[in-house]
Design a protein around this ligand. Structure first.
Ligand SMILES: [Ca+2]
Length: 210
């Protein structure tokens, strides 16, 4: 799809792939159909999807991706969502808890309508720098299979970072402004690399298992 403007696409068939060349896309996928992948170009593309897809790669340019609908809850995004180079923005519109089950990388800003994000897949790749938008208190919960790379700033507000059993924190997570708390669930010995947690935070080990 080429040209400027926004294409509103209520799906009435499955698409293996949609290629955008500077065109914005608002796709209503619904429950009966699927989209394999959406590829952007070097130009800026703004994509709005009502649900999970297998893969989105927006390429260069200052792109944005909005996922979900406000009334959704407990949504798991198990696709691969790549903002590519540029100042790319990711928005999760659901007011209920959102879980990353796949991979999210290449975005510089993320906004969470629910203020709560669970990572069971991978958030960011090495070298990514991601800031949580908004001033509300936000929770980042890294679960059993969750991996967080890159440099993450949770922004303003009294934020909470929870590292569950088995969670992998390779990068750094900063609480930003506010009174921030990190909760680390421990089962036996646990070593965190120096500097991965914000210096201003309070670390409260819990769920300690002998
Ligand atoms: Ca692009």
């Amino acid at each position: 799809m080429e040209g400027s403007g926004t294409l509103a696409l209520p799906l009435d068939q499955n698409f293996q792939s949609i290629a955008l060349a500077g065109t914005n896309l608002t796709a209503t996928i619904g429950s009966g159909f699927s989209v394999g992948r959406i590829n952007g170009s070097a130009a800026a593309e703004h994509v709005v999807l009502d649900r999970n897809v297998a893969a989105v790669a927006l390429g260069d340019g200052d792109d944005s991706l909005t996922l979900g609908l406000p009334d959704q809850t407990g949504v798991v995004y198990d696709g691969t969502f790549d903002g590519g180079a540029g100042n790319d923005v990711l928005r999760f519109a659901s007011t209920g808890r959102v879980t990353i089950g796949g991979t999210v990388a290449g975005f510089v800003s993320m906004s969470l309508a629910s203020n709560e994000l669970v990572v069971e897949g991978t958030l960011d790749l090495a070298g990514d720098m991601l800031t949580f938008a908004g001033n509300d208190a936000q929770t980042l919960r890294v679960g059993l299979t969750g991996v967080v790379n890159g440099t993450i700033d949770m922004g303003a507000g009294d934020d909470l970072l929870e590292l569950g059993l088995g969670a992998t924190l390779n990068g750094t997570v900063s609480g930003g402004d506010g009174y921030d708390t990190d909760t680390v669930a421990l089962a036996g010995a646990r070593t965190l690399t120096a500097g991965v947690l914000p210096a201003s935070s309070v670390c409260r080990p819990r769920d300690r298992v002998a």
